[in-house]
Design a protein around this ligand. Sequence first.
Ligand SMILES: [Fe+2]
Ligand SMILES: [Fe+2]
Length: 341
Amino acid sequence: MKRVVQRTIDQQFFPVSPGSFAVGSTIPFDCYIKRFNGYAIVIKAGTVLSAELLAKVSRHQNCFVQQSERPAFKRYHNEHVKAGEEKAVEPAAPEERAVPGAEQLPEALKAQEGVEAKIALLYATGSTLLKGCFESGNEMLPMAELTGFGETLSQFIGEEAYALEQFLKQMPPAYSDATHSLNVAVLSGVLGRVIGMSRRQLEEIVMAGLLHDIGKLRIPREILNKADTLEPDEFEKMQDHPLFGTAILKKNRIGNPQIAAAVRFHHEKRDGSGYPEGLVENQIPAAAQIIAVCDVFDALTTERTFRSAYSSFEALMLMKKEMHDQLATRYIDGLIKLLKR
Ligand SMILES: [Fe+2]
Ligand SMILES: [Fe+2]
């Protein structure tokens, strides 16, 4: 979930362990992590806790809840965790906890009550699938699952006019190639819908988002995971990932020209300063420009080792003010419109 950093510490907090939360429950209070400059929300009140989000939160030794929410926390804990421990001999049925695969996803979605739970399920399936792709290092991708997931996700996005916030709540705060790819797919799909894309175009842009950084499979892990600034030769290597991505698409027989163009040109900039070709303005295919805007937005709103994440609003303002020469303003405006819903 994206968060807004509280820069002034004017509230009192108390620590709670991530073990105090139950997957599938709705968290009725905001939950924070400690940051050098204050506290940042990691779980927003009203979020249905997905396994993925809990895994991210569990990386922190403690989370924090505002003192004023102590009674709500106690009620929640008694209802969801203590009660669960008391009948611990009978753990929740595995099918309730397991993440459905892409094939079971449409049925599993129908069974979920409420948009938030459905989005949580989409996130759990999508991030598990993409994590498998990035972690296996295998360039032969599970195409049936990826295509099935892409279809389900684009269909879901196409059905309703969602606000960006409904998806942002499910996005984990820290960066990984898998969740970044999923975020870009979701953002591009939601943006695609607001600018009037057809169902087919939505499917293509969602697939392009899922696969836009797949070329990173050919980038050495020590470069990908480097916390410091990349050396010039490492940066040069990193810039090969759009072309590597194009080659991996070919290897997997993904011949759709829109998807291929979006993957190949998602780092091109309208002023010609991008790569791999240095294309300008409308030489850059529209799908690639959409992915580029969502890529930058997700990068800015995700926590990095070298800086705090920007809030969604801050990120869009920064993009509009300082990147209008490089990114398509109409797509930045599309995201702003979605944020205001
Ligand atoms: Fe990229
Ligand atoms: Fe990216």
